[in-house]
Design a protein around this ligand. Structure first.
Ligand code: PEP
Ligand code: MN
Length: 339
C-alpha cells in the first residue's frame, strides 16, 4: 500500500499516520521526493482498509497494491485449486463439469428421469433446489428436506453427486447429511454470517456471484469462507444485473478470465440464470467452454412448460442432449473431458 501525504500536511500530522502504521505492526519505506511525501506500507496489507486512512488529515491519496483478499488470491497460491469430489470427479482441472438438474426438485418421477438421463450421458453432478429463494412469498418455495432426501436417493441410484442451495446457517447440518457440494445463492453472496459458518464445514462450497457484486466483492466473500478454514470454494458467474432487461441478467463472460488471473479457485458459468431464456443457453454454454470455464450449471426439466420454477430457461432433455453434442467437439479441441 502506498500513502501519499497532502502537500500542506504538517510534520506532526504526517507522524501521526506513520506512528499508526507502525503500531499496527507494519514497517514503512520512505520513498518521498523533495516535493511530496510518499510512504510504502510493508507487510500483509490485506487486513488494512485503504479508505480508513482518509480519517487522517495528512493523507492525500492511498493506493492499494496487494489485493484485499489473500487466501483466494493467485499471489497467495499460484497453482489452480482442484476440488476432488471422489469417484474420479475433480473440479478445477482437465474436466469440464456439466452440472445439471431442475431449478426445483418437484417429485420423484421428475428426478428419476433426470438421474437416468445423466447416467446415460456420463454426467456426475446433479443440481436441484429444495429451499428456493423466490422473489414472491407466494411462489413455490421448494420441498425442503424432502427434496434433499429425494436428490440423495436419485444420486445414489445413478452414481451422482448432489449440489443444492443452503438457505441459512441453521440448515447447514441438514445439508451436510445429504449433499456433496453446498451452494450459496446469488442473494446470499454477502450473507457474511452464513459464509463464516460455511468456513467450518468440510463440504466444498459453490459460491454464486451476487446480483450486483463486483469481482472483488465476490472474491472477498470467498475469502470469508476460506478464512473460516474451508479452502474448497468454487465460484459461479450467473449473470449480473445491468440496465438490460431483455435477458434476465447479463452474462459477464470476461469474469472467467478475470477470476483466472486474480484467483486459483475454479470458475463455473451458469448460462441458465444468466440469460433466463432456454434458446440462449446452448450458445452461451459453448462460449463458457471456449472461454475456459471449469464447468457449467444448466437447468433442465422433462416438461419445462410445467416446471414449478424457471421453466423459461430450462432445457428439455432433447435440447440438452443437443447441447452436449455441440460441446463435445469443442472439448476435444481444448483437451477437456466433459463430466
Ligand atoms: C439456483 O441456482 O437455483 C439459483 C436460485 O440461482 P441464483 O442464486 O444464481 O439466482
Ligand atoms: Mn433456477
Amino acid at each position: 500500500m502506498i500513502i501519499k501525504m497532502k502537500k500542506d500536511a504538517s510534520l506532526e500530522a504526517v507522524n501521526r499516520v506513520l506512528d499508526y502504521i507502525q503500531e499496527e505492526g507494519f514497517s514503512i519505506k520512505d520513498v518521498s521526493s523533495e516535493r511530496v511525501k510518499i510512504y510504502g506500507v510493508i507487510g500483509d496489507t490485506s487486513k488494512l482498509e485503504a479508505r480508513d486512512f482518509y480519517a487522517f488529515t495528512a493523507v492525500g491519496e492511498v493506493i492499494r497494491i496487494q489485493a484485499p483478499y489473500k487466501k483466494a488470491s493467485r499471489e497467495f497460491q499460484a497453482l489452480d485449486t482442484r476440488i476432488d469430489l471422489g469417484d474420479g470427479v475433480v473440479i478445477g482441472g482437465d474436466q469440464h463439469v456439466v452440472m445439471t438438474g431442475p431449478c426445483s426438485v418437484e417429485n420423484e418421477t421428475q428426478m428419476m428421469t433426470i438421474g437416468a438421463f445423466m447416467q446415460k450421458h456420463n454426467l456426475k453432478i446433479l443440481r436441484g433446489g429444495a429451499f428456493k429463494p423466490r422473489t414472491s412469498p407466494y411462489a413455490f418455495q421448494g420441498l425442503g428436506e424432502e427434496g434433499l432426501k429425494l436428490m440423495r436417493k436419485v444420486a445414489d441410484t445413478f452414481g451422482l453427486k448432489v449440489i443444492s442451495e443452503v438457505p441459512s446457517v441453521s440448515a447447514i447440518p441438514m445439508f451436510e447429511q445429504y449433499v456433496d457440494i453446498i451452494q450459496v445463492g446469488a442473494r446470499n453472496m454477502q450473507n457474511f454470517h452464513l459464509l463464516k459458518a460455511l468456513g467450518k464445514t468440510r463440504k466444498p462450497i459453490f459460491l454464486k456471484r451476487g446480483l450486483s457484486a463486483t469481482i472483488e466483492e465476490w472474491l472477498m466473500s470467498a475469502e470469508y469462507i476460506m478464512d473460516g478454514g474451508n479452502d474448497q470454494v468454487i465460484l459461479c458467474e450467473r449473470g449480473i444485473r445491468t440496465f438490460e432487461r431483455y435477458t434476465r441478467n447479463t452474462l459477464d463472460i470476461s469474469a472467467v478470465l478475470a477470476i483466472k488471473e486474480l484467483s486459483h479457485l475454479p470458475i463455473i458459468i451458469d448460462p441458465s440464470h444468466a440469460s433466463g431464456r432456454y434458446k440462449m443457453v446452448d450458445p452461451l454454454a459453448q462460449a463458457a467452454l471456449a472461454v475456459g470455464a471449469h464447468g457449467q450449471m444448466i437447468e433442465i426439466h422433462p416438461e419445462p412448460e410445467k416446471a414449478l420454477s424457471d421453466g423459461a430457461q430450462s432445457l428439455t432433455l432433447e435440447r440438452f442432449e443437443r447441447l452436449l453434442t455441440h460441446l463435445q467437439p469443442l472439448a476435444d479441441v481444448l483437451g477437456k473431458t466433459i463430466t
